[in-house]
Write a protein of this length. Structure first.
Length: 498
């Protein structure tokens, strides 16, 4: 019975008619006897397409051909597989993979070697397969090919294509990798390029490393001295200035002096901050410069010697430059004591640790001392005074008083332990007793203005409003003119009347 056009098209649309392509493939590969009703959806169609395109077969494909008794087709497939097996054997020999015993063309190695032979890039999975199967010689060939390709790309990128040797063992390859990795070329590298007239490559290398240093500066990292020397040698002083300005700004921020107006790196502050940052001691003239420019401590205190005895722990006048300086000095004197055994270094170290807001370090340094073994009373007094000051810093006033009284016993003529006793009494609220000790200190050489400065700090740092008011009222009653500054503290305490 004949079918009309609509029925014909329906059969075609639903792949129920054999296409010319399928018919041709069956004829070409000796599979005419196959009588499937759905040719385009038949496994045979995909198998014949693989034959046509030289695509590898699966074991499932082979099993299907055998089940359909397509012996001639099977013979063609086996012939092609034999060719591929021969190719696989040649590739294993060529790429030193003969230790891999599996000769099946379905092995992952076959595809890997074909990829390698086409100069295509292997995946990380491919390389892992070679590594897992201990095909080290093959893997070395892969790596060498990759290096050769990278070498060619680098020669193009850095204008060195006139160099004919493509071997990765060439020194040029190492040089170009350095350039690409933002590494600085050494003299040997530069001379190598000069001898081969690769002047453009040198220029690119200099420019690239200069840009790298700029980026380093931008993210806030400091240049090494070697990098600074390199910039000078290559005429990049502008980058040095940029680095210094950036570093100066970073240090000013770190040490809380960003409001210092002089931005010039050749000024006095930058070299001082550099020293502090690397832990180098300052010269006396540098400390004097900081004091003169009000960068060392609160300008209220004009006498630097004031800091040697009084309570400096948790005081507002101790800024970061001040603390950094005294930390460096404390470390120096502590190391000097360890090096020389000279016990006079201990009170110096202890005093500096206190000023660096580290009273516990001062106490640790001066504990377990055998005073019977110390001959000089002056040294005993100094050690006890600084130890007592450290106890006062952490508000252990009883221990502080014990140290102060022992210090007075050892050296009655020194004003330092008397000053310490005066401060202890004021902090306890024993004001007349404190005045007595301050007067005794003045008799022995202490300055009245330093006593006043200490009292002012006691008032300022008092945590209890009632205690602060008690000190203020006592001072104003005693001498309203001398202690006029205390009037600013005359306000009703928060807990008054409760």
């Amino acid at each position: 019975m004949d079918i009309n056009e609509i029925e014909w098209n329906w059969l075609l649309d639903n792949q129920l008619l054999e296409t010319k392509e399928f018919k041709h493939l069956k004829s070409q590969y000796k599979a005419d006897q196959f009588q499937g009703y759905f040719p385009e959806k038949s496994p045979l169609y995909s198998i014949l397409k693989k034959l046509e395109s030289e695509t590898d077969f699966t074991q499932k494909d082979i099993d299907f051909i055998k089940q359909q008794d397509l012996l001639e087709t099977l013979a063609i497939i086996e012939e092609k597989q034999a060719i591929k097996q021969a190719e696989f054997s040649q590739l294993k020999s060529k790429y030193k993979a003969t230790t891999y015993l599996d000769s099946s063309i379905y092995s992952p190695l076959y595809q890997i070697l074909k990829t390698l032979d086409k100069n295509d890039t292997l995946t990380s999975v491919d390389k892992k397969f070679l590594e897992d199967n201990k095909l080290n010689e093959t893997l070395n060939i892969v790596l060498e090919k990759e290096q050769e390709e990278q070498f060619n790309q680098l020669k193009i990128k850095y204008e060195a294509i006139s160099f004919q040797d493509n071997s990765p063992s060439s020194h040029l390859y190492k040089v170009l990798k350095k350039i690409d990795g933002n590494m600085k070329l050494v003299d040997q590298d530069i001379n190598f390029l000069k001898k081969r007239k690769l002047i453009d490559t040198i220029a690119i290398a200099v420019e690239k490393y200069s840009d790298h240093l700029k980026s380093t500066i931008t993210i806030g990292d400091e240049l090494s001295q070697a990098d600074i020397d390199w910039l000078k040698q290559n005429g990049r002083e502008n980058i040095i200035v940029l680095a210094q300005e950036k570093h100066f700004a970073t240090l000013k921020s770190k040490y809380d002096v960003s409001d210092y107006q002089n931005q010039v790196v050749s000024g006095g502050l930058y070299p001082i901050l550099q020293k502090l940052e690397i832990g180098n001691r300052l010269e006396e003239i540098e400390v004097a410069w900081l004091i003169e420019n009000k960068l060392f401590y609160n300008s209220y205190y004009s006498n630097y010697l004031f800091y040697n005895t009084y309570n400096i722990y948790n005081r507002n006048y101790s800024n970061k430059i001040f603390i950094a300086y005294h930390t460096i000095e404390a470390t120096f004197y502590e190391q000097e004591y360890q090096r020389t055994g000279n016990q006079w270094k201990l009170p110096n170290a202890s005093s500096h640790w206190r000023k660096a807001k580290e009273p516990q370090r001062a106490l640790e340094l001066t504990k377990n001392l055998d005073f019977n073994a110390i001959k000089e009373n002056k040294l005993k007094s100094a050690l006890l005074t600084t130890r007592g000051g450290a106890f006062r810093d952490i508000h252990k006033l009883d221990q502080a008083e014990t140290c102060a009284r022992k210090a007075i016993d050892y050296q009655p003529k020194s004003h330092h332990p008397y000053t310490l006793m005066g401060a202890i009494c004021y902090e306890r609220g024993e004001f007349p007793e404190g005045d007595h000790w301050f007067e005794e200190a003045i008799k022995r050489g202490a300055l009245p203005k330093d006593q006043d400065a200490e009292i002012k700090q006691i008032v300022k740092n008092a945590k209890d409003e009632n205690k602060r008011l008690q000190v203020v009222e006592y001072l104003l009653k005693k001498d309203p003119n001398r202690y006029a500054w205390a009037k600013s503290y005359l306000k009703k305490p928060k807990n008054l009347g409760k």
